[in-house]
Design a protein around this ligand. Structure first.
Ligand code: HPA
Length: 271
């Protein structure tokens, strides 16, 4: 029973001092630095939390960090679970359900993504306004999911409009250029072929990545307001495709991270 497992994960975290966080943050690839800015941090490694998905070797650094950021109690996920590591969509979204049960009222998500819209460049930040799910499954298509609420979730406005507008205002005020667009999620882990990039452009995507959509679907299932931003780490031009390497993706994400941190911090201040 998934509810019972979540309760045990939550009981463990509460016993470690994770006391009623208001904000949950998921940090994407190369975007781990924000966790260093958490004040009075308490850490829980994923493999110590009962019923958390079992960490793989590549994933030994995954942890939840609890503390305050801009005066608000916050829980940060450093490292997330991806389908391409062999997890299913229940595993991938389990931490969102745990953070919700801990009490978060808002969820912020970040990721590294490729730019399909060629007006967008490496190192840009894109506020996600809508998404396309190309992962071939739903985190709500499992037995027991209906115990958390009606599984036929409305997805007309999956990204909280009020928080999106705040982020747009903050970016203007801080002089951070901010792109906006549609994120498409794929399974990965291989990158796309030229033909796939052409298709993704035709179907209306501005950026492509391997995460975020399952977590956003579950946040909507839980009626948990969510916003998400992509750091664009490569330009996916099918007519002039450069080979990407993951080290470069991580480096570009790292270099862009301070702007993302600024946006998240100011957003917390504003709510
Ligand atoms: N596809 C292409 N480029 C990327 C991706 C992806 O999924 N993630 C980060 N850069």
């Amino acid at each position: 029973m998934i509810k019972k497992q979540i309760n045990e994960s939550v009981a463990y975290l509460k016993s470690k001092g994770f006391d009623a966080p208001e904000i949950g943050i998921v940090l994407g690839t190369g975007l781990g630095k924000l966790s260093d800015e958490i004040e009075n941090p308490i850490e829980a490694h994923y493999n110590h939390i009962p019923f958390f998905p079992l960490a793989t070797v590549e994933f030994h650094t995954g942890k939840l960090i609890y503390g305050t950021l801009e005066g608000k109690k916050t829980v940060v996920m450093q490292g997330r679970f991806h389908i391409y590591e062999g997890y299913d969509l229940l595993d991938v979204t389990y931490p969102v359900r745990v953070m919700h049960k801990l009490g978060i009222k808002k969820l912020f998500i970040s990721n590294a993504a490729g730019a399909i819209n060629l007006d967008y460049k490496k190192g840009d930040i894109m506020l996600i306004e809508d998404h396309i799910n190309m992962q071939g499954g739903s985190p709500l298509a499992f037995k027991d999911v209906s115990q958390f609420g009606d599984r036929f979730v409305d997805m007309g406005e999956p990204y909280d409009v009020d928080m999106r507008n705040k982020i747009i205002d903050i970016a203007k005020k801080e002089g951070i250029s901010l792109q906006k667009g549609v994120y498409v999620s794929v399974v990965g882990p291989q990158l796309e072929t030229k033909a796939e990039y052409r298709m993704l452009k035709i179907i209306g995507a501005d950026a492509v990545g391997m995460s975020t959509v399952p977590e956003v679907i579950v946040a909507n299932h839980l009626k948990l307001p969510v916003v998400a931003m992509s750091v664009l780490t490569d330009e996916c031009d099918p007519d002039n495709l450069q080979s990407v390497n993951i080290a470069e993706i991580i480096e570009i994400a790292r270099n862009t991270e301070p702007k993302m941190i600024k946006l998240f911090r100011e957003l917390i201040k504003s709510i």
